[in-house]
Design a protein around this ligand. Structure first.
Ligand SMILES: NC(=O)c1ccc[n+]([C@@H]2O[C@H](COP(=O)([O-])OP(=O)(O)OC[C@H]3O[C@@H](n4cnc5c(N)ncnc54)[C@H](O)[C@@H]3O)[C@@H](O)[C@H]2O)c1
Length: 298
């Protein structure tokens, strides 16, 4: 797919982070955008950022964990926009927790959003994408769909599954008009960590601090995660460039590329290489937004 002009794109998780900037950059490229998020306020904030682009925008309060709501969405989109050319299954959450003490509803929640949401959206929209002369299904996994760390068992279970599901679809759809992509971001400075539930470690110790400071609050860690990652507008630009270039796997950031290389070189001991990758890149990474984009609503 060479360009997004006059196409219609559905973006889940469009209220924040990469989803918000996918929506902005698609609108800037002349694409009509269907914004979906579970958060009404941030969804409205993204719609506001798109107001000055000359494209049609619709907003849908959608929980991607709600299968019935997903089943009803394509008909609404067709009624409002007449067609669907691109679907970005971007919405995602995490919970920081040891597996042994993790309440089952926590497990089910992340499974519903990160995996069932992607699968149900793909099932609901593929028949409509297949009607188009060219179309794209873009599923977001993570670099944590390539490697694993402690206290993220549910996130890894979903992100490895999204990768397996999507890579199988890439092969199934290779002779069709639908291009399928799996996105593997590294560290992107978004709200995902601030929004995450954190369960205490079984021995009562705080979970390992992102800042290397045991006394940092969750709020401080969430702010540091946002501050030190690549700006989500840059991540969105890389994702859209990967779609234009028809890359099956889209790695976002040098950290993602190097971590993927590390797990190929040493599949069982890559964690020893992670500090060498993360620390220098935290200093080098481009944390500034792309130029000439609308400001985020306060
Ligand atoms: N930020 C990173 O470093 C990083 C790295 C790898 C992968 N990812 C993945 O990228 C994707 C985007 O995350 P982000 O970092 O921009 O996070 P974010 O928290 O900034 O944005 C996620 C959005 O998804 C929405 N959302 C959450 N639950 C939802 C639900 N049930 N239904 C609909 N929307 C829902 C949130 O309201 C939010 O607007 C996620 O799939 C995430 O797992 C992020």
């Amino acid at each position: 797919m060479q360009n997004f002009m006059s196409k219609v794109a559905v973006v889940t998780g469009a209220g924040s982070g990469m989803g918000r900037y996918l929506a902005v950059l698609l609108a800037k490229a002349g694409c009509d955008v269907v914004l979906c998020d579970v958060n009404e306020d941030t969804l409205a904030g993204t719609a506001k950022m798109l107001a000055n682009y000359n494209v049609a925008v619709s907003s849908h309060l959608l929980d991607v964990g709600d299968e019935e709501a997903i089943k009803a969405l394509p008909e609404k989109v067709i009624a409002q926009h007449g067609k669907v050319d691109l679907v970005f299954n971007n919405a995602g959450i995490t919970i920081d927790s040891d597996f042994a003490t993790m309440p089952e509803p926590d497990w089910d929640k992340v499974m519903d959003v990160n995996l069932h949401g992607v699968v149900n959206m793909s099932r609901a929209f593929l028949p409509y994408l297949q009607e188009r002369p060219e179309a794209a299904l873009v599923n977001t996994s993570s670099i944590f769909g390539m490697i694993a760390v402690p206290r993220q068992s549910i996130y890894h279970a979903t992100k490895f599954a999204v990768r397996g599901f999507t890579e199988s679809l890439i092969k199934e759809m290779k002779d069709s008009s639908v291009q399928v992509h799996c996105v593997h971001p590294g560290h992107i400075g978004t709200n995902i960590f601030a929004a995450a539930k954190v369960n205490p470690a079984p021995d009562g110790d705080a979970s390992p601090s992102l800042l290397g400071r045991g006394d940092a609050t969750h709020e401080e860690q969430g702010a540091a995660f946002r501050e030190h990652g690549m700006h989500p507008s840059r991540a969105a630009e890389i994702i859209l460039s990967g779609v234009r270039k028809r890359r099956g796997r889209i790695f976002v950031g040098l950290d993602a590329k190097l971590i993927d290389l590390a797990q190929r070189i040493t599949p069982m001991h890559y964690e020893k290489l992670l500090p060498l990758i993360f620390l220098p890149l935290t200093l080098l990474r481009n944390k500034k937004a792309l130029n000439e984009l609308p400001a985020e609503p306060s």
